[in-house]
Design a protein around this ligand. Sequence first.
Ligand SMILES: [Fe+2]
Ligand SMILES: [Fe+2]
Length: 266
Amino acid sequence: MMYTYKAAPDVDVVTSTATITNFGNLAINAFVIHAAEPVLVDTGAVRESEDFMAALRTVIDPADLRWIWLTHTDFDHIGSLHRLLEENERLRVITSFLGVGIMSLAAPLPMDRVCLVNPGQTVDVGDRTLTAVRPPAFDNPITTGLRDERSGIFFSSDCFGALLDEVPECAEDLSDEALRTGQVFWATVDSSWLHNVDRAVFASELDRIRGLAPTMILSSHLPAARGSSMERLLDALAAVPDAPPFIGPDQAALEQMLAGITGVGG
Ligand SMILES: [Fe+2]
Ligand SMILES: [Fe+2]
């Protein structure tokens, strides 16, 4: 089910929950920044485009959007991308060179409507500047998060996501244990390369994010988190390199699951 909630006075969250059997629930968030030139951060999951557009229309007329900030091109982020571009010819897509390249293999982005950014570069959206930030964990080299320099909110893309029993609207409603366990598990799945990083280098990456001192952290896969939760989020991420690696169910496990569903042995 898709619905919206307000994370900050000028930020709406358009969200749904994906249930991953045996593993938990994952928020899939997109965000509307009601800037002078309104920005949509990501566009929901491909299979939910119809519902996404309906929910989006409850918080903004898509014709009023001026920018889509595409953090990366995974299927849970590009769901309504082309639909929005077709509906609104003023819309431009902020992404990286790699984002344009990957999209060209499936549904090319119109080059005259693209705005390329690299980490550290900024985009002026009328009443504020958005700074591109590479998050410390990601599943796709395209990934480009952002800091809204007016509100101080950090949009972290997949980073800081968590697999949860229940998905509240506010990360502070989660117990320390639920947040940490869910976050560590998600990161071992989504950023499995973290097991191979130099711990000191990774610690300095986390310090870089700490230095942003965000007022809020809005992850694509976590309920909205206040800036005061930053240390909890960073602490969980710091534990990931030494957490047990995720190994998915294999064929034998699949057959066992199917037998359980159908009641047919073998
Ligand atoms: Fe992703
Ligand atoms: Fe994602």
